[in-house]
Design a protein around this ligand. Sequence first.
Ligand code: TIU
Length: 264
Amino acid sequence: MARIMARPFDFPLDPARVALIVIDMQRDFLEPGGFGESLGNDVSRLQAIVPATARLIEGFRAAGRPVIHTRECHRPDLSDCPPAKRLRGAPGSRIGDAGPMGRILIAGEPGAEIVPELFPIAGELVIDKPGKGAFHATDLSAHLETLGVTQLVFAGVTTEVCVQTTMREANDRGFECLIAEDATESYFAEFKRAAIDMIVAQGAIVGWAAPVEAIVAGLAAEEGAKQAGSETSAEPAPAGSAPGESARAASAVSPAPIGFGAGL
Ligand code: TIU
């Protein structure tokens, strides 16, 4: 067990039961000409988290833990897109309409694909989801059960829409949830901040939040301990590589959580 310094208090990482979920890092949300921009958003904010997200993915791969990718997209005949969703947004730039990257949010079209920098590798699960939450109308629950996963680390876009919805679904299903705060982004800075504050408030009512470096360091410390022959490691790694150190450094920039006692 590695303790990751997080808000509102340390996250007890179980390296045998944790998986990463990367939500909807698709061209339609991150690149000009896609669905995100069609809704009137500045997509450059989302592109900025690609390096941190790649680092987090790499950390999970190095630790041999599952990386699960999701894509928000619909069948070409739109049979899985309710009119209430289809008819939102500007006419001509709605789900299923033709855009510069193919039909918007339609499975198999270039825009629905994950950005090249974060592309899944062979063996990684990719969940196509018709809703904002990744549990709705998908077989994600069954996959997580098969994998024996009880903890989920969240990255991706957008923080207050698909990431938060999925995190709430996971929390209600009994998963311990940790959001990687520099590997998630919103088109609106204040919505990202508020969403994470809501997640960690009231004693982690939905889950925890920590920076990528703290999470990767926690995973790496566990991997090192395993290779050194320990069964488990509750102790911090040696000075210089201690997860607590990098977590402390990184979280120094994080604002205090709202609605929870300072210092917890
Ligand atoms: N519009 C917006 O902020 N998000 C979405 O429509 N989907 C996801 O968050 N993936």
